[in-house]
Design a protein around this ligand. Structure first.
Ligand code: HXC
Length: 258
Protein backbone atom coordinates (compact mmCIF):
# COMPACT_ATOMS: atom_id res chain seq x y z
CA UNK A 1 0.00 0.00 0.00
CA UNK A 2 1.32 3.42 -0.97
CA UNK A 3 -0.79 5.81 1.10
CA UNK A 4 -2.10 3.80 4.06
CA UNK A 5 -0.08 2.11 6.78
CA UNK A 6 -1.31 -0.40 9.32
CA UNK A 7 0.59 -1.61 12.37
CA UNK A 8 -0.25 -3.31 15.65
CA UNK A 9 1.23 -2.43 19.03
CA UNK A 10 0.15 -4.50 22.04
CA UNK A 11 -3.39 -5.28 20.88
CA UNK A 12 -3.91 -1.76 19.51
CA UNK A 13 -4.03 -1.24 15.75
CA UNK A 14 -2.82 2.01 14.23
CA UNK A 15 -4.08 2.95 10.79
CA UNK A 16 -2.34 5.94 9.21
CA UNK A 17 -3.42 7.86 6.12
CA UNK A 18 -0.06 8.88 4.70
CA UNK A 19 -0.28 11.23 1.76
CA UNK A 20 1.23 14.31 3.41
CA UNK A 21 2.07 16.15 0.16
CA UNK A 22 -1.70 16.56 -0.35
CA UNK A 23 -2.54 16.90 3.37
CA UNK A 24 -3.64 13.24 3.31
CA UNK A 25 -6.48 14.00 0.87
CA UNK A 26 -8.54 10.99 -0.09
CA UNK A 27 -8.31 9.98 -3.73
CA UNK A 28 -9.77 6.69 -4.90
CA UNK A 29 -6.48 4.87 -4.30
CA UNK A 30 -6.31 6.06 -0.68
CA UNK A 31 -9.89 4.96 -0.13
CA UNK A 32 -9.25 1.51 -1.63
CA UNK A 33 -6.13 1.13 0.51
CA UNK A 34 -8.11 2.11 3.60
CA UNK A 35 -10.51 -0.69 2.76
CA UNK A 36 -7.63 -3.15 2.33
CA UNK A 37 -6.13 -2.10 5.67
CA UNK A 38 -9.47 -2.53 7.45
CA UNK A 39 -9.64 -6.07 6.05
CA UNK A 40 -6.34 -6.77 7.83
CA UNK A 41 -7.74 -5.90 11.27
CA UNK A 42 -8.14 -9.19 13.10
CA UNK A 43 -10.43 -8.87 16.15
CA UNK A 44 -8.73 -11.97 17.54
CA UNK A 45 -5.59 -9.86 17.98
CA UNK A 46 -6.53 -6.18 17.71
CA UNK A 47 -8.82 -4.89 20.46
CA UNK A 48 -8.99 -1.22 19.51
CA UNK A 49 -8.05 0.72 16.36
CA UNK A 50 -6.61 4.23 16.20
CA UNK A 51 -7.06 6.12 12.91
CA UNK A 52 -4.65 9.01 12.27
CA UNK A 53 -3.13 11.11 9.51
CA UNK A 54 0.58 11.43 8.87
CA UNK A 55 2.18 14.67 10.02
CA UNK A 56 0.98 17.42 12.30
CA UNK A 57 -0.76 19.65 9.76
CA UNK A 58 -3.68 17.47 8.72
CA UNK A 59 -5.61 14.44 9.79
CA UNK A 60 -7.22 14.42 6.32
CA UNK A 61 -7.98 17.63 4.37
CA UNK A 62 -10.88 16.05 2.50
CA UNK A 63 -11.57 14.12 -0.62
CA UNK A 64 -9.15 14.91 -3.44
CA UNK A 65 -10.54 18.05 -5.09
CA UNK A 66 -8.35 17.62 -8.18
CA UNK A 67 -9.72 14.15 -8.77
CA UNK A 68 -13.33 15.22 -8.10
CA UNK A 69 -13.31 18.37 -10.21
CA UNK A 70 -14.18 16.71 -13.53
CA UNK A 71 -16.55 13.97 -12.36
CA UNK A 72 -19.86 13.41 -14.14
CA UNK A 73 -23.09 12.88 -12.19
CA UNK A 74 -22.73 9.08 -12.39
CA UNK A 75 -19.03 9.19 -11.50
CA UNK A 76 -19.79 11.44 -8.53
CA UNK A 77 -22.33 8.97 -7.24
CA UNK A 78 -19.87 6.09 -7.73
CA UNK A 79 -17.13 8.00 -5.88
CA UNK A 80 -19.55 8.70 -3.03
CA UNK A 81 -20.45 5.03 -2.83
CA UNK A 82 -16.79 4.00 -2.84
CA UNK A 83 -16.13 6.15 0.21
CA UNK A 84 -19.43 5.35 1.91
CA UNK A 85 -18.84 1.60 1.67
CA UNK A 86 -15.39 1.93 3.24
CA UNK A 87 -16.48 4.38 5.94
CA UNK A 88 -19.38 2.07 6.79
CA UNK A 89 -16.89 -0.80 7.01
CA UNK A 90 -14.93 1.31 9.49
CA UNK A 91 -18.05 2.31 11.44
CA UNK A 92 -19.18 -1.30 11.75
CA UNK A 93 -15.74 -2.74 12.44
CA UNK A 94 -16.37 -5.12 15.37
CA UNK A 95 -13.75 -3.45 17.61
CA UNK A 96 -13.81 0.12 19.00
CA UNK A 97 -12.17 2.82 16.90
CA UNK A 98 -10.60 6.14 17.92
CA UNK A 99 -9.81 8.96 15.49
CA UNK A 100 -6.71 10.86 16.65
CA UNK A 101 -7.23 14.14 14.80
CA UNK A 102 -4.17 16.39 14.52
CA UNK A 103 -4.74 19.47 12.35
CA UNK A 104 -7.30 19.74 9.55
CA UNK A 105 -10.21 17.31 9.39
CA UNK A 106 -12.22 18.82 6.57
CA UNK A 107 -14.85 17.34 4.29
CA UNK A 108 -14.05 13.66 3.84
CA UNK A 109 -11.56 14.03 6.72
CA UNK A 110 -14.26 15.13 9.14
CA UNK A 111 -16.44 12.34 7.75
CA UNK A 112 -13.65 9.80 8.33
CA UNK A 113 -13.31 10.98 11.94
CA UNK A 114 -17.09 10.79 12.43
CA UNK A 115 -17.06 7.18 11.23
CA UNK A 116 -14.96 6.30 14.26
CA UNK A 117 -16.50 5.58 17.67
CA UNK A 118 -14.54 8.25 19.57
CA UNK A 119 -12.63 11.35 18.44
CA UNK A 120 -9.64 12.87 20.24
CA UNK A 121 -8.21 16.09 18.83
CA UNK A 122 -5.05 18.17 19.02
CA UNK A 123 -5.37 21.75 20.22
CA UNK A 124 -4.65 22.71 16.60
CA UNK A 125 -7.44 20.59 15.10
CA UNK A 126 -9.93 22.21 12.73
CA UNK A 127 -13.12 20.43 11.71
CA UNK A 128 -15.64 21.29 9.04
CA UNK A 129 -17.68 20.32 6.04
CA UNK A 130 -16.67 22.92 3.41
CA UNK A 131 -18.54 21.13 0.59
CA UNK A 132 -21.28 23.67 -0.10
CA UNK A 133 -18.52 26.20 -0.76
CA UNK A 134 -17.29 23.87 -3.53
CA UNK A 135 -20.73 23.37 -5.02
CA UNK A 136 -21.30 19.87 -3.64
CA UNK A 137 -22.86 18.18 -0.61
CA UNK A 138 -20.83 16.13 1.82
CA UNK A 139 -20.62 12.72 0.17
CA UNK A 140 -19.06 10.30 2.63
CA UNK A 141 -21.88 10.30 5.20
CA UNK A 142 -21.35 13.79 6.65
CA UNK A 143 -24.98 14.88 6.40
CA UNK A 144 -26.05 11.78 8.29
CA UNK A 145 -23.33 11.24 10.88
CA UNK A 146 -22.92 14.88 11.89
CA UNK A 147 -26.65 15.24 12.55
CA UNK A 148 -26.60 12.08 14.65
CA UNK A 149 -23.46 13.09 16.58
CA UNK A 150 -24.08 16.74 17.47
CA UNK A 151 -27.80 17.20 16.84
CA UNK A 152 -29.77 18.29 13.80
CA UNK A 153 -29.78 22.07 14.39
CA UNK A 154 -26.06 22.40 15.08
CA UNK A 155 -25.21 20.07 12.21
CA UNK A 156 -27.35 21.98 9.74
CA UNK A 157 -25.79 25.28 10.83
CA UNK A 158 -22.30 23.87 10.16
CA UNK A 159 -23.30 22.08 6.94
CA UNK A 160 -25.16 25.07 5.45
CA UNK A 161 -22.47 27.63 6.33
CA UNK A 162 -19.36 25.46 5.75
CA UNK A 163 -18.03 27.12 8.92
CA UNK A 164 -14.85 25.63 10.34
CA UNK A 165 -14.82 24.58 14.00
CA UNK A 166 -11.68 24.74 16.11
CA UNK A 167 -10.85 22.16 18.79
CA UNK A 168 -12.38 23.93 21.84
CA UNK A 169 -15.74 24.37 20.07
CA UNK A 170 -15.57 20.80 18.74
CA UNK A 171 -15.20 19.65 22.35
CA UNK A 172 -18.03 21.89 23.57
CA UNK A 173 -20.50 20.57 20.97
CA UNK A 174 -19.53 16.93 21.49
CA UNK A 175 -17.88 16.46 18.12
CA UNK A 176 -14.74 15.33 19.98
CA UNK A 177 -14.31 13.73 23.37
CA UNK A 178 -10.90 15.18 24.31
CA UNK A 179 -8.43 17.88 23.26
CA UNK A 180 -4.67 17.58 23.89
CA UNK A 181 -1.43 19.29 22.88
CA UNK A 182 -0.08 18.06 19.53
CA UNK A 183 2.85 16.37 21.29
CA UNK A 184 0.69 14.23 23.57
CA UNK A 185 -2.28 13.44 21.31
CA UNK A 186 -1.05 10.01 20.20
CA UNK A 187 -0.01 9.07 23.74
CA UNK A 188 -3.49 9.97 24.95
CA UNK A 189 -5.07 7.99 22.12
CA UNK A 190 -2.86 5.00 22.99
CA UNK A 191 -3.75 5.35 26.67
CA UNK A 192 -7.46 5.33 25.87
CA UNK A 193 -7.07 2.44 23.42
CA UNK A 194 -5.08 0.43 25.98
CA UNK A 195 -7.69 1.06 28.61
CA UNK A 196 -10.38 -0.25 26.25
CA UNK A 197 -8.14 -3.17 25.22
CA UNK A 198 -7.71 -4.21 28.87
CA UNK A 199 -11.43 -5.00 29.20
CA UNK A 200 -13.14 -8.22 28.12
CA UNK A 201 -12.87 -7.96 24.32
CA UNK A 202 -16.02 -9.91 23.51
CA UNK A 203 -18.03 -7.78 25.94
CA UNK A 204 -16.56 -4.58 24.50
CA UNK A 205 -17.43 -5.68 20.97
CA UNK A 206 -20.95 -6.55 22.14
CA UNK A 207 -21.32 -3.06 23.65
CA UNK A 208 -20.33 -1.47 20.34
CA UNK A 209 -22.81 -3.62 18.44
CA UNK A 210 -25.57 -2.90 20.95
CA UNK A 211 -25.08 0.87 20.80
CA UNK A 212 -24.70 1.02 17.00
CA UNK A 213 -27.55 -1.33 16.14
CA UNK A 214 -29.82 -0.20 18.96
CA UNK A 215 -29.69 3.42 17.80
CA UNK A 216 -31.09 2.39 14.40
CA UNK A 217 -34.32 0.89 15.79
CA UNK A 218 -37.05 1.78 18.29
CA UNK A 219 -36.46 1.25 22.03
CA UNK A 220 -38.51 -1.95 22.25
CA UNK A 221 -36.33 -3.61 19.62
CA UNK A 222 -33.17 -1.94 20.93
CA UNK A 223 -33.42 -3.50 24.36
CA UNK A 224 -33.90 -6.92 22.76
CA UNK A 225 -30.63 -6.38 20.88
CA UNK A 226 -29.00 -5.64 24.23
CA UNK A 227 -30.61 -8.69 25.90
CA UNK A 228 -29.30 -11.02 23.22
CA UNK A 229 -25.79 -9.62 23.35
CA UNK A 230 -25.84 -9.63 27.16
CA UNK A 231 -26.89 -13.29 27.07
CA UNK A 232 -24.15 -14.19 24.61
CA UNK A 233 -21.48 -13.01 27.08
CA UNK A 234 -22.39 -15.89 29.39
CA UNK A 235 -20.95 -18.32 26.87
CA UNK A 236 -17.50 -16.76 27.21
CA UNK A 237 -14.48 -17.89 29.21
CA UNK A 238 -13.77 -14.26 30.12
CA UNK A 239 -17.16 -13.82 31.85
CA UNK A 240 -16.71 -17.02 33.83
CA UNK A 241 -13.16 -16.20 34.91
CA UNK A 242 -13.84 -12.54 35.76
CA UNK A 243 -16.91 -13.29 37.89
CA UNK A 244 -15.19 -16.21 39.61
CA UNK A 245 -12.25 -13.94 40.47
CA UNK A 246 -14.61 -11.38 41.98
CA UNK A 247 -16.40 -13.99 44.07
CA UNK A 248 -13.10 -15.49 45.23
CA UNK A 249 -11.84 -12.00 46.12
CA UNK A 250 -8.77 -12.26 43.90
CA UNK A 251 -7.45 -10.23 40.98
CA UNK A 252 -8.80 -11.47 37.65
CA UNK A 253 -6.40 -12.94 35.09
CA UNK A 254 -5.98 -10.93 31.88
CA UNK A 255 -8.84 -11.50 29.45
CA UNK A 256 -8.27 -14.20 26.85
CA UNK A 257 -10.76 -13.00 24.21
CA UNK A 258 -12.71 -16.23 24.32
C1 HXC B 1 -6.54 17.81 -3.01
C2 HXC B 1 -5.45 19.04 -1.41
C3 HXC B 1 -6.61 19.05 -0.59
C4 HXC B 1 -7.78 18.36 -1.07
C5 HXC B 1 -5.06 20.17 0.39
N1 HXC B 1 -4.53 19.74 -0.75
N2 HXC B 1 -6.33 19.77 0.52
N3 HXC B 1 -5.42 18.43 -2.60
N4 HXC B 1 -7.68 17.76 -2.29
N5 HXC B 1 -8.90 18.27 -0.36
C6 HXC B 1 -3.17 19.99 -1.26
C7 HXC B 1 -3.01 21.41 -1.82
O1 HXC B 1 -3.49 21.46 -3.13
C8 HXC B 1 -1.52 21.59 -1.73
O2 HXC B 1 -0.91 20.90 -2.81
C9 HXC B 1 -1.16 20.86 -0.44
O3 HXC B 1 -2.24 19.93 -0.19
C10 HXC B 1 -1.04 21.80 0.75
O4 HXC B 1 -2.24 22.53 0.85
P1 HXC B 1 -2.30 24.14 0.88
O5 HXC B 1 -3.65 24.53 0.43
O6 HXC B 1 -1.15 24.71 0.13
O7 HXC B 1 -2.10 24.40 2.43
P2 HXC B 1 -2.66 25.63 3.27
O8 HXC B 1 -2.57 26.91 2.49
O9 HXC B 1 -1.98 25.55 4.58
O10 HXC B 1 -4.23 25.31 3.47
C11 HXC B 1 -4.64 24.16 4.18
C12 HXC B 1 -6.16 23.93 3.91
C13 HXC B 1 -6.39 23.92 2.39
C14 HXC B 1 -6.97 25.04 4.58
C15 HXC B 1 -6.54 22.58 4.54
O11 HXC B 1 -5.48 22.99 1.77
C16 HXC B 1 -7.78 23.55 2.00
O12 HXC B 1 -8.72 24.33 2.12
N6 HXC B 1 -7.94 22.33 1.47
C17 HXC B 1 -9.21 21.87 0.97
C18 HXC B 1 -10.13 21.54 2.11
C19 HXC B 1 -11.52 21.11 1.61
O13 HXC B 1 -12.21 21.91 0.99
N7 HXC B 1 -11.85 19.87 1.85
C20 HXC B 1 -13.14 19.30 1.43
C21 HXC B 1 -13.02 18.72 0.07
S1 HXC B 1 -14.59 18.13 -0.47
P3 HXC B 1 0.25 21.57 -3.68
O14 HXC B 1 0.55 20.52 -4.71
O15 HXC B 1 -0.27 22.84 -4.21
O16 HXC B 1 1.38 21.76 -2.68
C22 HXC B 1 -14.78 16.66 0.28
C23 HXC B 1 -16.00 15.88 -0.14
C24 HXC B 1 -16.07 14.52 0.52
O17 HXC B 1 -14.04 16.26 1.09
C25 HXC B 1 -17.12 13.64 -0.13
C26 HXC B 1 -16.79 13.16 -1.48
C27 HXC B 1 -17.80 12.21 -2.07
Amino acid sequence: MEFVQFSVKENVGILTVARPAALNALNDQVIRELSEALDQVDPGVVRCLIVRGEGEKAFVAGADIGQMSSLSKAEGQTFGKLGNDVFRKLETLPIPTIAAVCGFALGGGCELAMSCDIRLASETAVFGQPEVGLGITPGFGGTQRMARLIGVGRAKELLYTARKVKAPEALAIGLVQGVYPVETLMDEAMKLASRIAANAPIAVRAVKKAVNEGLQVDMDRAIVIEEELFGSCFETVDQKNAMAAFLEKRKADPFVNR
